[in-house]
Write a protein that binds this ligand. Sequence first.
Ligand SMILES: O=C(O)[C@H](O)[C@@H](O)[C@H](O)[C@H](O)COP(=O)(O)O
Length: 309
Amino acid sequence: MAYTQSTTFLSNSPRFPFASLPNPSLHPPSVTHLFFRPLRFKGVSVKPHTPLYSLKASMAETKNVAVDVFEKEDLAVALAKYVADLSNKFTAERGAFTVCLSGGSLINYLRKLLEPPYVDSLEWSKWHVFWLDERVVPKTHEDSNYKLAFDGLLSKVPIPPGNVYAINDALSAEGAADDYETCLRHLVKSNVILSSASGFPKFDLQLLGMGPDGHVASLFPGHPLLQENKKWVTFIKDSPKPPPERITFTFPVINSSAYAALVVTGSGKADAVHSVLRGSQNSVKLPAALVSPEGELKWFLDKGAASKL
Ligand SMILES: O=C(O)[C@H](O)[C@@H](O)[C@H](O)[C@H](O)COP(=O)(O)O
C-alpha cells in the first residue's frame, strides 16, 4: 500500500534528547521530523505495520510515550506485531508472558494474532491472561469481557485454560474484586506475575482501550476510584458506561506495568485524545492521561482518533 504522508512529532521533553534536534538517521526512512508538516512519498510503499505518522506526546510527566497513527486495517497488523514481539521477548526471558485485556473494540483489533505467522509461532502455552476490567455479569452474558475475548481470541489459540484468569462471576462486585486481587497476590507469590518495586503487580503487557469520555479500564472521569492507591483491584457500581457494576484494576497496578498500549480509534474519541496528548498541564486530567506505566506506553490511533492532534 502506498502512503503519501508520514510525519514524526517529537516532544520537547528532556526524556527525548532528539526532540529539538531531528536526526533522520535515528528513525526509519518513512518518517520525518517536521512537526506535522506533511511529506510526500509518492510511490513509496510502507509496510502495513509502519504507522502513517508517529508522534511523541507532550504529556505531563512524559516517560517513554510513543504515538503511532495508522490506517484502520494496518493498526491491527501493527498491534499484532507489537504483542507478538513482547510475547517472544518475555517468554524467552522468563518463560511466561502476562498480558491483561480490556473490553470493547480491543479484541477485534487483536484479530491478526489469529493469522500466520503468529497463530502458529507464538508460545501460547506460556501466556497468562488477565482482565484490566470486567463487567459483573455471568461469563456467558453478552456484556462479559471474558466472553468477548474468549469468543474472539482465546478459544482459537492453545492457551492452557488454567492460565486464563477470569473473574468469579458467582460473586458480588465487591466480592469479585477481592477475589481477583487475592488471585493476583497468589500469582505474584508464585512468581507468575512479577512484582514492582512499589509492591504492586508488574504485568508484562496491559492492553487498554479508551472511551470517548477518556475513561480507561473502568476508571471514569471525576470518579473517586481514580484516587485509589492501596487496592490492586476495586469495584464500581455506578459505571456511566453500562453495565453499571464492574471490577477494575486501580491506577497503581496499571502504572506498574512493563508495557502498556492504548488502542483508540474513531473520530468520536478525537477530543479526548487531544485533551490527553495535547491538553494543558494545568487542566483536569482525563483517566487516560493518568496512564503512565513504569515501562513504555504506546498509543495505537487511527486517523479519526488522531484527527484533532
Ligand atoms: O469493558 C469496558 O467497557 C472497557 O474495558 C473499557 O475501558 C473499554 O476498553 C473502553 O470503553 C473502550 O471501548 P471501545 O474500544 O469499544 O470504545
